[in-house]
Design a protein around this ligand. Structure first.
Ligand SMILES: *[C@@H]1O[C@H](CO)[C@@H](O)[C@H](O)[C@H]1NC(C)=O
Ligand SMILES: *[C@@H]1O[C@H](CO)[C@@H](O)[C@H](O)[C@H]1NC(C)=O
Ligand SMILES: *[C@@H]1O[C@H](CO)[C@@H](O)[C@H](O)[C@H]1NC(C)=O
Ligand SMILES: *[C@@H]1O[C@H](CO)[C@@H](O)[C@H](O)[C@H]1NC(C)=O
Ligand SMILES: *[C@@H]1O[C@H](CO)[C@@H](O)[C@H](O)[C@H]1NC(C)=O
Length: 463
């Protein structure tokens, strides 16, 4: 086709060249429009996108979490000062209380400085952005007068097409990649997407009705052969803080009926002592119990077969001994500094550190031969506004207390994408007001909760 056109054209040229005449054609193009200022438009676009990167939801969140931190800490300070005053014997204030108050004050001062910095930064950003937006508006209005050739509209259309194309490409990319990954990895959920929680499926007082307010129970996701239906129970038998054994049941019905055939597996006869279980948020995995070691910023792994304990220190600054607890407005749950969790990919731990100002930090616990800390993620959710956490398919979920009947799964953090969601709105119907431990069982997709001496479970619903 092209060749057909070119040949006659060449012939034509040769013809005209051969022609003796000096006739020439002129085409005069007069543009009454001014040229479209493309450079101006691209400058405006650059400024706009810079505005976007300057002001992110992250910045607003930071302010919110700092405010929440202050809101929670001030009443506590007031309480501690009141205690201090009560202990005032006219001459000496209680030394311990004074120290507590001093620590509280230091924490609060630190928060205020950060708040001051953040607020100043926000003011500066707001000022800069307002000015920029005004300039941009003027520029865009000017550009609009030029836009008789629909340059801007055309660009927008192009952009939309490009986005569609990218989306299409991503879909293809995703489907080709997930289909040939043989193993369940983080964020890759074999059950579909987490959608909702069923009503309570099991609610039982178990073997010791009403005896222990704090505890945890569940199933080992990777049990030894022959122990597939076993359930475990840990009760904080010493002062609601400590425990020195795991109690085993051969099935769920044995646990409900209170018949413990294998009985207790003891860590140590003394309670508490080195490597005692501290706090309720423990889990079983591959025949070992993972928990916060007594009086340490460490994860302990108690091997039920060899009866040995391995320790793993958490990063410097990790809060422990009831300094970084789960809370709601009326109450903090003592000794909930560390929360161990299991999901499809293994064992995880959440905690808080001094340097992260009480925000939740999540780490993978690698349980190959040597117990060690794997990858770590930093969230922007403030731990004292959270009542518990659990993991499903590499996604961290956090709950908050709504009222005595309802707990809300309000927050998620996807370790694959780093995306946070503060607005999940999935509600757990409670049988008892306080959820003191909560963990997901990847074997049967149940959530196991220990609530005010009762064991309750829920089914996780996927779509
Ligand atoms: C506050 O900002 C100042 C200077 O911008 C900086 O030196 C200081 O470390 C900041 N303080 C905190 C707590 O972020
Ligand atoms: C807040 O920061 C500004 C500037 O850095 C400083 O002048 C001011 O004293 C700070 N205020 C407080 C309460 O820390
Ligand atoms: C799958 O993902 C890997 C990186 O994880 C990437 O290198 C590869 O190109 C992807 N495969 C396809 C077919 O897109
Ligand atoms: C979740 O399940 C509860 C019942 O357990 C139901 O009332 C609620 O509507 C469900 N929510 C969604 C979003 O499906
Ligand atoms: C527990 O100890 C047994 C026996 O020494 C060993 O075979 C097993 O691998 C250990 N389990 C873990 C999780 O370390």
């Amino acid at each position: 086709m092209k060749l057909n056109v070119i040949v006659p054209l060449c012939a034509l040229i040769t013809l005209t060249q051969q022609a003796p005449s000096s006739e020439t054609c002129f085409c005069e193009f007069t543009n009454s429009e001014r040229a479209f200022p493309h450079d101006k438009l691209s400058t405006a676009e650059d400024s706009a996108s810079r505005c976007n990167t300057n002001i992110t939801p992250q910045k607003t969140l930071e302010l919110e979490s700092l405010m929440l931190g202050l809101e929670r800490r001030l009443p506590r300070l007031e309480e501690d000062v009141a205690t201090l005053e009560r202990e005032d014997d006219g001459e000496l204030y209680g030394v311990i209380s004074l120290q507590v108050v001093q620590n509280e004050l230091a924490d609060i001062m630190e928060l205020i400085t950060r708040l001051n910095n953040t607020t100043l930064e926000h003011q500066r950003l707001t000022h800069v952005t307002t000015t920029k937006l005004k300039d941009l508006k003027a520029e865009m209005q000017e550009l609009e007068t030029f836009d008789t050739m629909q340059v801007v509209r055309g660009k927008l259309d192009n952009q939309r097409l490009r986005t569609d194309l990218d989306q299409c490409r991503n879909t293809v990319h995703d489907s080709t990649n997930t289909s040939n990954s043989p193993q369940v990895s983080q964020g890759d959920c074999p059950h579909g997407q987490f959608r909702n929680i069923s009503g309570p499926r099991v609610s039982t007082a178990g073997e010791y009705p009403g005896s222990y307010k704090y505890g945890a129970w569940g199933r080992d996701p990777k049990p030894e052969a022959g122990k597939e239906s076993w359930h475990w129970l840990v009760l904080l038998t010493s002062a609601n803080k400590h425990s020195n054994y795991v109690r085993l049941y051969s099935s769920l019905s044995a646990l409900i009926g209170g018949v413990s055939t294998p009985g207790n597996v003891l860590i140590h006869t003394a309670n508490p002592t080195t490597n005692t279980i501290q706090g309720p948020n423990v889990v079983m995995y591959r025949g070992a119990l993972y928990y916060n070691c007594y009086n340490q910023d460490e994860v302990c792994r108690f091997n039920l077969t060899s009866k040995t304990v391995a320790n793993m220190k958490l990063p410097k600054g990790t809060r422990y001994n009831s300094k970084g607890n789960f809370c709601h407005l009326d109450e903090c749950y003592p000794f909930t500094d560390l929360d161990l969790a299991t999901d499809e990919s293994g064992v995880w731990v959440t905690y808080t550190t001094k340097q992260d100002f009480g925000n939740l930090v999540l780490s993978k616990v690698e349980d190959d031969e040597q117990l060690r800390l794997g990858q770590t993620w930093y969230t922007s959710v403030y731990k004292q506004g959270v009542t518990n956490t659990f993991m499903v398919c590499g996604v961290l979920y956090a709950t908050r207390f709504v009222d005595k009947e309802t707990e809300e799964i309000f927050y998620s953090f996807d370790t694959t994408t780093g995306k946070e969601n503060f607005n999940l709105g999935i509600f757990i119907r409670k049988m008892y007001p306080n959820i003191l431990s909560l963990n997901y069982s990847p074997v049967d997709q149940m959530l196991h909760a220990y609530c005010d001496t009762y064991m309750v479970s829920y089914k996780v619903l996927f779509s």
